[in-house]
Design a protein around this ligand. Structure first.
Ligand code: PEP
Ligand code: MG
Length: 888
């Protein structure tokens, strides 16, 4: 019976929080991930669909919140339900927990809603003590196995539950091996292991001041608590932040009867993917180890064998495994990542989950599954995480480049990267902060290394397989990784590694090819990726599904070309100021800025006019009829002038200007709050000649383009408008210039004059502004800055802690603050369209390339999003998903 006692905190006690599963009976199912975590939900489901799953139960994620509410203590009211499930398990299996003759041993594992590989803790062989170990020795008829299980349990428990320094026990084990003159753990005898257990227990007593718990129930409560505690370890927190997993989800705890892959040569353990997680190829893919426990495979301590060999070693179990994977794929309609154990030739399924994969594999698998009629085209779109496409857009090594190969390991996660070698995650983080590129080299990685893995360009390990921690985590991050490179001899003490006679020191440059597993000396040239058939096919489906148009923010012909190649349907923002920094023109810009009369200003502008005209013409040409939105000058003028005395002196000489006068002029441009100062349309209200020159350059470029027989509707955009009157004045002046040019050139074409909505006042008076605008484009960068009163240049220093304190769900400059800034966007859209029903509205702030912001822009009926060229494919896919997931 489940208790419903009132808890001493305000959290409500759930009616049910322990879910039992055993052959033929499962209280949970795959849809209950929120309650049972991914692992627990799928264990229940596998049990229900008839696969062999060791019996057990899941303590729900709700209890994690209660655990923390009670100050990191398992509430007493949880225990009776756990004991009740344990009793059911005992009856099912015919073994008793703590029984000295034939003891039931359990594993205790974490399992959150979203999979967090290796981030949280696991304890195996729980239930062993000085008495039950003898029972296990007898019942398994294998004393060596029993003592080995016991010493493993003490090691794990001391590390995870007692939080002892795990290397102490590890060193004791190594010392014993040295004393016995053996290399492998497997060469230690039962007697050796027995003496090891004794030493371990003495160490525990010495380090913790308490004896190792002998009572299996005490062990169980300790382990369950430790798993809940592991939800909040620094590495789990880093992983959650990286993957946007909310802190309040919590983890579930799975307690399951142990099965053993280390009972001898007829036992094994392994992990496998139903398709290749790197390439997507439809082929069973995985690794196993004979006579081993699961942790040996995942931890990458022994190098495992490919799954294809299992067919030869244990044909019966392999056949069943293959049947299971077909069943699981068909049931979950997705590629599965499974863990299994074979105990004395009997196959047990320990876990299944949707497998993590590279973006390349995700696209291939989605396309194959459409062809296999397993999923629809729309489902395929929903399968691909738009942000993951980033991985495909990264460079690979140039096959033509000269290379000196150092070693070859496993191609764990694709991409070509180079950087300085570092051996510790701390060094990786430190150098990354200094703007350096680093390759993290480790014997193997563990979850503690996560921050270093994030900081590194790529990861190289000398041990571990394709499913080792390094490989799985790097793939999830889309980070290049070469794993299990045994030719590399790492020496942490000297911070060097040896390979092919070379000695590579910390700070030396190497290059990794994560697609072949090769490692090269020095820097190797990289090339841009070519996108394959699956990419184009899914993009075509996305384009068919989506409503939002996708444009790019592009200021140069190169950007514009990249944007077109990635499928942009126009330019949503050309920041003309970026064109002002060219070496051939910056001095003319400066002359324009320091001009004291309109006449002087116009003289400088005349120099700029032909250059701007050519800039715009090139963009029109590349965009070939797609819309091009050109924003007139926006930043404060002081951004264009030099500030040091020597630079000012040089400029004075170049433009033949009095140095002191120039200094004085430049200092007079100083503003205390330039972002709220004399910038945007305010510049044009005081110096109308600047926008007039730009409008003329656009109009003349368009005239030339149209005269060549091509179609174009240029869009001229006025930034930082706060009042309708500003736009009214500037529109009138712009229109006058364009009409004048059309008359001079005797050509007629349509054009539009619109504005950015990037100030709160503009958003809430959008109905007035709309009267003078042909289009709106939301500048959500400035709108975020001005709505939250957060400087876009300075706030990154503390925004991280705002997010980790849960004050803001995400950095609002990355993902739109929907209830704040978003409400202004929605208001602006509604008011704007009330005044002008057909008003075209887009967004060109950074949020235009962020998938969750795109969902918001879809929901409020924008016409287009505009983002940086490399994000265009991401935006196309995100737009399609947003349409499919639209809530109304
Ligand atoms: C914006 O403010 O969102 C915008 C696109 O303009 P900029 O980033 O150039 O200020
Ligand atoms: Mg802006």
């Amino acid at each position: 019976m489940q208790t419903s006692t009132q808890n001493k905190t305000n959290l409500e006690v759930p009616k049910k929080f322990v879910y039992y599963f055993a052959a033929g009976e499962a209280e949970g199912n795959a849809t209950m991930k929120n309650v049972l975590g991914g692992k627990g939900a799928n264990l229940a489901e596998m049990t229900s669909i008839g696969l062999n799953v060791p019996p057990g139960f899941t303590i729900s994620t709700d209890i994690c919140a209660h655990f923390y509410a009670e100050g990191g203590k398992l509430p007493d009211w949880v225990k009776p339900s756990v004991l009740e499930a344990l009793t059911k398990m005992e009856a099912k299996i015919g073994k008793k927990f703590g029984d000295v003759e034939n003891p039931l041993l359990v594993s205790v594992r974490s399992g959150a809603r979203a999979s967090m590989p290796g981030m949280m803790d696991t304890i195996l062989n729980l239930g062993l003590n000085d008495q039950t170990v003898e029972g296990l020795a007898k019942s398994s008829n294998n004393p060596r196995f029993a003592w080995d299980s016991y010493r493993r349990f003490i090691q794990m428990y001391s590390d995870v539950v007692l939080e002892m320094n795990s290397s102490l026990l590890e060193v004791t084990l190594e010392d014993l091996k040295a004393e016995k003159g053996v290399h492998n753990d497997t060469e230690l005898t039962a007697e050796d292991l027995k003496s090891l257990v004794k030493k371990f227990k003495a160490l525990v007593q010495q380090m913790t001041g308490k004896s190792f718990p002998n009572d299996p129930l005490e062990q169980l409560w300790g382990a369950v608590s430790a798993v809940f505690r592991s939800w909040n370890t620094p590495r789990a927190i880093t992983y959650r932040e990286l993957h946007d997993i909310p802190a309040d989800w919590g983890t579930a705890v799975n307690v399951q009867s142990m099965v053993f892959g280390n009972l001898g040569e007829d036992s094994a353990t392994g992990v496998a993917f139903t398709r290749n997680p790197s390439t997507g190829e439809r082929k069973f893919y995985g690794e196993f180890l004979v006579n081993a426990q699961g942790e040996d495979v995942v931890a990458g301590i022994r190098t495992p064998q490919p799954i294809s060999l299992l067919k030869e070693v244990m044909p019966q179990a392999y056949k069943e495994l293959e049947d299971n994977y077909f069943k699981l794929e068909n049931y979950f309609k997705d590629m599965q990542d499974i863990e299994f154990t074979i105990e004395r030739n009997k196959l047990w399924m320990l876990q299944t989950r949707n497998g993590k994969r590279t973006a390349k594999a995700a696209l291939q698998i989605a396309c194959d599954m459409i062809d296999e009629k397993m999923i629809t085209e729309e489902e395929a779109i929903l399968r691909i995480d738009p942000a993951s496409l980033d991985q495909l857009l990264h460079p690979t090594l140039d096959p033509q480049a000269q290379k000196t190969i150092l070693a070859k390991g496993l191609p764990a996660s694709p991409g070509g990267v180079c950087g300085q070698v570092v051996f510790t995650p701390e060094d990786a983080v430190e150098l990354k902060e200094k703007g350096q590129k680093v390759i993290l080299v480790r014997v193997e990685t563990s979850p503690e290394d996560i921050a270093g893995m994030v900081a590194a360009q790529g990861i190289l390990t000398s041990r571990g397989g394709m499913t080792s921690h390094a490989a799985v985590v790097a793939r999830g991050m889309g980070k290049c990784c070469v794993a299990g490179c045994s030719e590399v001899e790492v020496n942490y003490t000297n911070e060097t590694f040896k390979a092919k006679g070379y000695v590579i020191k910390k700070g030396d440059i190497i290059t990794l090819d994560g697609s072949t597993g090769e490692i090269y000396l020095g820097e190797v040239k990289t090339i841009e990726p070519k996108l394959d058939g699956a990419f184009s096919r899914l993009m075509a489906i996305a384009d068919r599904v989506r409503r939002l148009k996708v444009r790019a923010n592009a200021d140069t012909p190169t950007d514009a070309k990249t944007a077109r190649d990635f499928g942009a349907e126009g330019i949503g923002l050309c920041r003309t100021e970026h064109m002002f920094f060219g070496e051939d023109r910056i001095d003319a810009v400066r002359e324009m800025i320091i001009a004291e009369t309109s006449n002087e200003r116009e003289k400088a502008l005349v120099k700029l006019l032909p250059m701007q005209r050519e800039d715009f013409y090139q963009l029109f040409k590349i965009m070939d009829g797609f819309p091009v939105t050109i924003r007139l000058l926006d930043p404060p003028l002081h951004e264009f002038v030099p500030h040091s005395d020597s630079e000012i002196a040089e400029l004075a000489k170049r433009i033949n200007y009095d140095e002191n006068r120039l200094k004085h002029k430049i200092h007079s441009l100083h503003e205390f709050n330039p972002m709220l100062g004399h910038r945007g349309c305010r510049l044009a209200i005081t110096y109308p000649e600047i926008y007039q020159m730009q409008a003329r350059a656009i109009a003349e470029a368009a005239a030339q383009f149209v005269k060549e027989g091509k179609k174009l509707v240029p869009e001229i955009m006025i930034p930082l408008v706060a009042t309708a009157k500003e736009l009214e004045i500037l529109r009138e002046q712009t229109v006058a210039v364009v009409e004048q040019v059309q008359k001079e050139q005797n050509v007629k074409y349509d054009y539009q004059v619109g504005t950015m909505i990037e100030l709160p006042r503009a958003a809430v008076t959008a109905h007035e502004i709309a009267r003078h605008a042909d289009f709106f484009s939301f500048g959500t960068n400035d709108l975020t800055q001005t709505t939250l009163g957060l400087s876009r240049d300075d706030s990154s220093r503390f925004l991280g802690s705002y997010v980790s304190h849960g004050i803001l769900p995400k950095d609002p400059f990355v993902s739109i603050d929907q209830i704040g800034v978003g409400t202004l966007v929605k208001t602006g859209v509604d008011l704007g369209r009330q005044a002008k029903g057909n008003l075209k509205i887009g967004v060109c702030g950074e949020h235009g390339g962020d998938p969750s912001s795109i969902q918001f822009f879809e929901n409020v009926n924008l016409d287009y999003v505009s983002c940086s060229p490399y994000r265009v494919p991401i935006a196309r896919l995100a737009a399609a998903r947003s349409k499919l997931q639209r809530s109304h």
